[in-house]
Design a binder for this molecule. Structure first.
Ligand code: DGJ
Length: 729
């Protein structure tokens, strides 16, 4: 009897070991391991998230259960990968469901998992299931080894007889144990996007969220940085960068628990969004992307830049067009004649395209200011009798491409669209309407509205296949939050509205895969990696004061490659030179938004030369590795450089902002060069007849020297800039 018992025990232990062996799931990049483990209770826990482990055998040392538990007893509590509400975890859940019988608990157990190769990496798919309710969750992780990025999202579905209510639906949950955690967040508003600030996370929750619905990232952006042990630094220390791909209300929760562990929960904001999920309907969460570095945010940003260009950004590998925009030059005041003049100016400047902005449409309610016409997407006959075809023709004659502005998700009440379809706008039936910029948001949860919005692009391109570019704007948050279409399911509005936008964007991309588009939202209030699957670039800010732009571009560059960031030379801050303004815009996707008549002969020659240089060097600027050398947050200067992957070419930008009189100037130490190569240094983008006063100009240095000793490029001049080309000999 005793023997039989021992044998059974041995078999049982063996089976457990086997089950546990199989139940370790390793999600790996070249530098990071995320190890998940199925515990004997059948639930899935995060066993490890950190630097890649060198020895597979070490995995057996992990335990899935409690980390630093205070009661000392053996507990089934741990870092559950996708914890449900109503169980023994007393902190924020990943998923919360009120089942059709009113029960609020969900406990998910591991069912199966698989790994398969996908473009750029390996996808891990894990199936979980509740054993009391027919609820299933599928976790997805794609690990991109080279770029050291992991992208993760989840799917929730059920097969209960009646719909269930979902009230938490995280993309994922990640846990950390460290001495201290520091969060860098990116606050924002019109004309002051991507402002960085850091703080230590203490016990309790820090939540970053938005409730704007549309123009959703106006007050804060959907990304963050974490510093472990110290605040996130540029070139040293362990950091994580995270970003959620959701063009609506998002929420990041950072919760430090009773034992000092941190959980990070990226999600759609559940605010006013109890979601009624029908049987077999799949609720897919947004994708969350994250990367780590032990060498600070510079390297982590380069991970994301490379990943975005390789796998996420629309036409991430492709070329980008320089352009001349007319918005700040003409505002709503233009006609066919003036536009054809501006197209000639675009050609004269040397840019690829002329971009016509707001004000070209509306007949019964002409769009001569921002209070009428949105929704009526026919060319305004009084201004443009020949319509878009005449403009395309003029652009062709001038020798530039033609792009056009639209804001198809919005409607002015003064429009034929609103007269015909008042129920297509999101607006409360029983209260005084509140208008933001005199407009309302169209209800994209309604499939008919989706067809209409798709039609705005489709009609323009059907009539004018040569239209080469769209600037897609979005100027209003959702106001008067009520969908006439969703009726008694208002909890779905914020989520289904965003999904409706994606339905439209998918159709646009399927039908017009090669048409570049700029994502714009009253400046940079839309900047996320889901939208950027459909857009080649985004507009960082209406604030084009070059001093402010140094900060704004520094902020966005933490997450996005320069290729995705549009920057224009305008008349903001005329106290700075045209050269300074142009040099700042030249670090990103270059455009102009001013009349050439504003420029004197030297300035015009300078701009033509700068456009030519940018075009010649754009492979390095847009596709090279970015090194942020000197932060504008640290004082009176700023410097950034880009290096070609083969390290044969680099472009260095240096800016003096407001230096003090006779302040001590330090050389700029370069990064990312080949120490053994020799580089010729040449200052470019000089004003006509101006010689470079850079000591290093036209000299040759080793990469080693340039990185250890650097170049004396800074000055004590106010708002002074240099662009320096480095060429390996
Ligand atoms: C807001 C954008 O940010 C501007 O660039 C411009 O396109 C205006 N909208 C037009 O209304």
């Amino acid at each position: 009897m005793k023997k039989l018992f021992l044998l059974l025990m041995a078999l049982f232990t063996l089976a457990q070991v086997k089950a546990q062996e199989k139940s370790v799931i390793q999600i790996s990049t070249d530098n990071t391991d995320l190890i998940l483990q199925v515990a004997p209770n059948g639930r899935l826990y995060q066993a490890y998230l950190g630097d890649k482990l060198l020895n597979e055998q070490d995995i057996k040392h992990f335990s899935p259960y409690v980390k630093g538990g205070s009661d000392g007893s053996v507990s089934t509590r741990g870092w559950e990968v996708y914890p449900g509400s109503g169980a023994e975890d007393y902190f924020e859940p990943a998923v919360a469901i009120t089942h059709s019988d009113g029960n609020p608990s969900t406990i998910l157990r591991y069912v199966s998992s698989e790994q398969k190769a996908v473009t750029g990496g390996t996808e891990t798919i894990i199936n979980l299931k509740d054993d009391q309710y027919p609820v299933e969750v599928t976790l997805h992780y794609i690990a991109y080894p080279k770029e050291n990025v992991i992208k993760t999202w989840s799917e929730i579905k059920h097969n209960e007889k009646k719909p269930v209510t979902l009230w938490r639906y995280a993309s994922t949950m990640l846990y950390f144990s460290d001495s201290k955690y520091f969060l860098t967040e990116f606050s924002s508003d019109w004309a002051k996007e991507a402002q960085m600030s850091s703080q230590q996370l203490q016990f309790g929750k820090k939540v970053i969220d938005t409730k704007l619905g549309s123009r959703a990232a106006m007050h804060t952006h959907p990304f963050f940085e974490l510093g472990f042990g110290q605040s996130a630094q540029e070139t040293q220390g362990r950091v994580m960068l995270g970003t959620i791909g959701w063009t609506g209300n998002f929420q990041f929760t950072f919760e430090v628990d009773n034992v000092g562990n941190l959980r990070v929960i990226p999600a759609i904001n559940p605010y006013a969004s109890d979601y009624e999920l029908k049987a077999n309907e799949v609720f897919t969460t947004p994708e969350f992307m994250f990367t780590f570095s032990n060498n600070g945010t510079g390297e982590a940003s380069r991970n994301l830049h490379a990943w975005a260009r390789n796998y996420q950004l629309k036409d991430g590998q492709g070329d980008r067009l320089s352009l001349l925009n007319n918005w700040e030059n003409t505002y709503f005041k233009f006609d066919e004649q003036l536009l054809s003049e501006l197209m000639k100016e675009a050609k004269h400047l040397g840019v690829d395209m002329f971009l016509l902005d707001d004000g070209w449409f509306g007949n019964k309610h002409p769009r001569n200011s921002d209070n009428a016409g949105l929704g009526d997407w026919e060319a305004m006959k009084s201004k443009l009798p020949g319509g878009i075809p005449a403009l395309v023709k003029s652009a062709k004659e001038a020798g530039v491409k033609f792009g056009i502005w639209i804001e198809p998700e919005m409607v002015n009440p003064k429009s034929e669209l609103f007269e015909k379809h008042p129920d297509w706008a999101i607006t409360l039936p029983n209260r005084k309407t509140y208008y933001y910029r005199n407009q309302l948001v169209l209800d994209l949860s309604n499939p008919k509205v989706q067809d209409f919005v798709f039609g705005v692009v489709d009609n323009i391109l059907t009539e004018n296949p040569e239209v080469a570019y769209f600037k897609w704007d979005c100027n209003s948050p959702i106001t008067n939050v009520y969908s006439p279409y969703l009726k008694n399911k208002q909890g779905q509005l914020y989520i289904d509205h965003v999904r409706g936008i994606y339905n439209v964007l998918k159709r646009v991309k399927e039908k017009y895969p090669n048409t570049p588009m700029m994502l714009c939202s009253g400046g940079g209030a839309r900047c996320d990696y889901e939208a950027l699957k459909y857009f080649t670039e985004f507009w960082c800010s209406d604030n084009t004061d070059p001093i402010e732009r140094l900060f704004i571009q520094w902020g966005f560059s933490q997450i996005f490659p320069s290729k995705a960031m549009s920057a224009h030379v305008t008349s903001w801050n005329k106290k700075t030179s045209v050269k300074f303004r142009t040099d700042v815009a030249s670090m990103c996707k270059l455009g102009f938004d001013l009349g050439l008549k504003e420029l004197n002969a030297d300035e015009l020659t300078y701009c033509q030369n700068a456009v030519a240089n940018w075009t010649r060097l754009k492979k390095v600027i847009l596709d090279g590795d970015q090194y942020r050398l000197v932060s504008p947050y640290d004082g009176n200067h700023m410097s950034v450089m880009y290096t070609a992957p083969d390290k044969n070419k680099a472009v260095l930008y240096t800016y003096d902002i407001h230096p003090r009189y006779a302040e001590k100037l330090l050389p700029v130490k370069l990064q990312g060069l080949d120490p053994s190569k020799r580089y010729k240094v040449k200052e470019i983008n000089l004003m006509p007849n101006k010689k470079s006063n850079l000591g290093a100009n036209e000299k040759t240095y080793s990469g080693d020297y340039l990185m250890k000793i650097g170049i004396n490029a800074f000055t004590t001049n106010q708002a002074f800039s240099r662009v320096i080309e480095l060429t390996a000999e």
